[in-house]
Structures are given as structure tokens and as C-alpha cells.
Design a binder for this molecule. Structure first.
Ligand SMILES: Cc1cc2nc3c(=O)[nH]c(=O)nc-3n(C[C@H](O)[C@H](O)[C@H](O)COP(=O)(O)OP(=O)(O)OC[C@H]3O[C@@H](n4cnc5c(N)ncnc54)[C@H](O)[C@@H]3O)c2cc1C
Length: 455
């Protein structure tokens, strides 16, 4: 089978689905193909069971800089704007309001959130407010019940948080893209890609397809393909697995913990489960599985291919392991999924900080939840990068999407489609994007495409 498309997207998680939606609704790109190796939309990290379902704004994520928080906020607001385009009956299944907070336990953490709050967060997030023990006891009683009265506890609270079923959000993008003529092929695995005169040829188990422009939205696999095509040897991936413990609903909203700055993954937090209001999830735990998919054993070789076994990468690994916060996280988290000792340790180190009175028989590790965050090792920085990364090649792009990749899916899709249309001189309805999804951040885009054709 041989077909030629203006745009081929590889992967139908939330990144690929958002791309198909933005391309089909706002641009004049005529023929679009999405291929997905499994039999449905969002089978992996974008599935609601596999992530924390948080629409990240950067207000309760103490590991973000102010700049990262502002950018994350803008990305999250696009998702809210998109959801307001849907009928209420549809959006209410995808996104719900929920209160959220970052909880500080002990004097050191309390001082940290005080500093963060007064250093600009208050201005960026006017809805954020400080809570002491007394107010906490009213708003989130189980964070205080059973706690040592001499232990300092405080929080930054936002009444307006959101939990999102990102799998359903991806399906809603898919539905709209399909109605605009985008072609989706499932059970279609990209094996490799080759440059051709007018784009790339994608070789799959279902034949080959030619595309003028190709975007890999293949999650943990994007870097694998970038390297296969000879792009960017300055990045590697640290596969960070994230699992979850589940308990009956013990909290009213999302309770995040204080996280050391510069560490790209969040400390263990507690979240209500959007698909089951009777459950609170605790996680994600942190593991290093040497694979690209949690439930697919045969991905270790592929994972190793995303790695540059060179001096800068090895130095980066030493720096990562040498970081005392990461070492502490690694030491504790390695043990959490283990039978017998895992649960008591998890309760002592993590759960008791959030819900001190939760009894051990109420909580269990659930193997059905969890995914992989492809954390980027930047060999130039010799450390882990925060957030997502894009590699742009010649009429081809690769999106590598650790957390908060689901929150930034629409932002990322707008960046990519505006970039592609500018490069290939294809029409794009910027006004419609701006009126429906918010202003296009050209400064940010320019920085991102530096070195390629400028906007
Ligand atoms: C534990 C955990 C908690 C998280 N919490 C949050 C959160 O609260 N908020 C948030 O915003 N983000 C969160 N994230 C991050 C978020 O889940 C991801 O960034 C997002 O789902 C990535 O979407 P994606 O479409 O890029 O990747 P995926 O969902 O992994 O999709 C990639 C797709 O590409 C397909 N594919 C791969 N290889 C091929 C191939 N060869 N051929 C065809 N198809 C292929 C895959 O089958 C898959 O469907 C979390 C992640 C984890 C693991």
C-alpha cells in the first residue's frame, strides 16, 4: 500500500490526537494520516489510569520556576478554553473542578512555601491562598486528623483546580479530527522512516506511507525514532516509571507535596480518581524500569537505543545519581512496589505525611495503574531537563513528552502546526486559534524554532 499525505502523525496518544485536531480545524493542510500501533486512542501514558489526571498550572508544583509556571499556566488555560467549546454533557465527563493544594509538613517545608508564595506566585496566581493548621482542618480534615500537634503543617490552596480524564480528552480530539476527514489507522506500527525527495516514507507493518511532513508523537518512542533517523545525539531518556497506591476517598481534593526545585518529577501526592469518586490515589512512585512501556516486556532493547553511551551521558548519569534529592527519592521509591515491606514503608514515608490516620488495611498497590515518563537527559546540561522536548528536523519533528505533557498537548500541537504551516507556506487560521484557544505565543515559538526558518 502506498499513499501520499501532507501530514503523517505517528502515535495517537494525547499529543498525536491534539495535533490531528489542531491541524484539521485551524489549517489548510489537506490530507492527514494518524497511525497508532495499538487498537485504540490513548492506550499508554495518556490513558487516565496511567497518569495523575492533573491539569497542571504551576501553582502547586514547587519544583517549577516562575517562568515554567507561567508557561504551564498558559498551556492549561488552552485546555480549559477547548473544553468550553464542547457541550456540557461531553466536557463534564472529561474535566472536573477540584480544590488543590501543596501541603508543607515541618518547619523547613513551611518556610519554603512561604518564600515561593511571596516571591511572585501570589501575583501569578491571585486565587492561591495560605492556610494554617486550623483552616486546613476545615478544608481538608484528614490532612490534620491524627497528626502530632507539635508538627508544623501549612498549605497553599487553590479552590480552582481541575482533574482531567486525558484519555477521553484525546478521544474528543480524535472525534473532531475524524469528522474533518483525518484518516486514522490502528494496529499500525511504524517500523522505520526514510527521507525521500518530497518528505519521508514511513514503513509500517501495514505497508508504507509517504508524507510531506511527519510528526512523531510517539511518547517514549519519539527519541528512539529521532536517533534512528540520525537526529540529535545530545539527548537520552531516563525512563521513569510511576505506579500508584489506591485507597478509599479520604481527601476532598488534590494534595501535592513540596518538591525540591530542578527535579522534573513530582513528589508523591494524593488525587481523587476522576473515573471513580470513591477512590483516592497516592503516587506516582518512582522507578527506573529500563523499558519504554510498563506492560510490554520486549521494549528494553529499544530503550537502550535511546541512550548515547558516551562520556557526556555517563557524566550526566553520575550527576543525576549524585544529586542528593534524587538519591533520596530513588532509595525510598525502589522499595515501594515490593510485597510485604513496600506498603509499610510507603505509608510511613509518604501517606502519613498527607493523611496521618489512614490505616494500612485501607490502601494497596494497584498494578493496573501507572505509566512511564520519558525524562530527558540533556548532555549539554549534564542533567535532567524539566518538561517536554521537541526535536525539529528537515520536514520532520519528534515530541518527547514527560509530565506535564498531557496538560501541554494543545500548546504543543499549536506550536507544531503553526511551525509546519509557516515552513511550508500552508494557510493557518490564527484568528480562529486565538479566539477559541487563546493567543499564540510567537516569542516562545521563535525561541523554540531558532535555527530553523523564523516566523
Ligand atoms: C505516572 C505519570 C503521571 C503523570 N501525570 C500527569 C499529570 O497529572 N498531568 C499531565 O499533564 N501529565 C501527566 N503525565 C504525563 C502525561 O501522561 C504524558 O506526558 C502524556 O500522556 C504523553 O502523551 P503522548 O501522546 O505524547 O504519549 P503516549 O500517551 O505515550 O502516546 C504515544 C502513542 O504513540 C504510540 N506509538 C509508539 N510507538 C509507535 C509506533 N512505532 N508506531 C505507531 N504508534 C506508536 C503509542 O502506542 C501511544 O499510543 C504523567 C505521566 C505519568 C507516567
Amino acid at each position: 500500500m502506498e499513499d501520499y499525505y501532507d501530514l503523517i502523525i505517528v502515535g495517537a496518544g494525547i499529543t498525536g490526537s491534539a495535533l490531528s485536531f489542531v491541524a484539521s480545524r485551524y489549517s489548510s493542510i489537506k490530507t492527514i494520516l494518524v497511525i497508532e500501533k495499538y487498537d485504540r486512542i490513548a492506550p499508554l501514558n495518556s490513558d487516565s489510569k496511567n497518569n495523575s489526571q492533573t491539569l497542571h498550572f504551576g501553582d502547586i508544583e514547587t519544583n517549577y520556576t516562575l517562568e515554567e509556571a507561567a508557561h504551564t499556566k498558559a498551556s492549561a488555560e488552552r485546555v480549559l478554553k477547548y473544553s468550553s467549546l464542547m457541550p456540557r454533557s461531553e466536557s463534564s465527563r472529561i474535566i472536573s473542578e477540584v480544590q488543590k493544594m501543596v501541603l508543607a509538613v515541618g518547619d523547613e517545608e513551611a518556610e519554603r512555601i512561604d518564600k515561593i508564595y511571596s516571591k511572585g506566585m501570589r501575583k501569578l496566581f491571585p486565587g492561591l491562598r495560605k492556610l494554617g493548621r486550623k483552616e486546613l482542618a476545615k478544608i481538608e480534615p484528614n490532612t490534620v486528623k491524627g497528626r502530632d500537634p507539635s508538627e508544623t503543617v501549612s498549605a497553599l490552596l487553590s479552590d480552582k483546580g481541575y482533574m482531567v480524564n486525558f484519555g477521553l480528552l484525546a478521544k474528543s480530539f480524535y472525534k473532531r479530527a475524524k469528522s474533518k476527514g483525518v484518516k486514522f489507522i490502528f494496529n499500525c506500527r511504524c517500523l522505520t522512516a526514510n527521507p525521500i525527495e518530497d518528505g519521508h516514507e514511513i514503513i509500517t507493518n501495514k505497508g508504507s506511507f509517504k508524507g510531506r511532513f511527519v510528526i512523531f508523537a510517539s511518547g517514549t518512542y519519539s527519541l528512539y525514532f529521532a536517533k534512528k533517523l540520525g537526529y540529535d545525539r545530545n539527548l537520552s531518556i531516563l525512563s521513569v516509571g510511576g505506579g500508584f497506591y489506591v485507597a478509599p476517598r479520604v481527601l476532598n481534593g488534590k494534595v501535592y507535596r513540596v518538591q525540591a526545585g530542578g527535579i522534573p518529577f513530582a513528589a508523591i501526592h494524593a488525587d481523587p480518581e476522576i473515573t471513580n469518586p470513591k477512590i483516592t490515589r497516592f503516587g506516582p512512585t518512582v522507578s527506573f524500569p529500563l523499558s519504554l512501556e510498563v506492560r510490554e516486556k520486549g521494549t528494553t532493547l529499544d530503550y537502550l537505543r535511546t541512550f548515547d553511551f558516551d562520556i557526556p551521558t555517563i557524566q550526566s548519569l553520575f550527576n543525576i545519581i549524585g544529586n542528593k534529592d534524587i538519591r533520596r527519592i530513588m532509595r525510598k521509591n525502589m522499595l515501594y512496589p515490593l510485597p510485604i515491606i513496600g506498603k509499610p514503608l510507603f505509608i510511613k514515608n509518604e501517606v502519613s505525611k498527607i493523611v496521618p490516620s489512614l490505616s494500612p488495611d485501607k490502601i494497596r498497590f494497584d498494578k493496573n495503574y501507572g505509566g512511564i515518563r520519558p525524562q530527558i537527559i540533556d548532555e549539554n546540561k549534564r542533567f535532567l531537563s524539566m518538561g517536554a522536548s521537541k526535536i525539529r528536523g528537515n520536514n520532520i519533528m519528534f515530541n518527547i513528552t514527560p509530565s506535564p505533557g498531557a496538560t501541554s498537548s494543545l500548546q504543543s500541537a499549536i506550536d507544531d502546526i503553526v511551525y509546519m504551516c509557516t515552513l511550508l507556506d500552508i494557510g493557518i487560521d490564527e484568528r480562529k486559534i486565538e479566539s477559541e484557544l487563546g493567543a499564540i505565543d510567537y516569542k516562545h515559538l521563535k525561541e523554540k524554532i531558532n535555527g530553523h526558518k523564523q516566523l
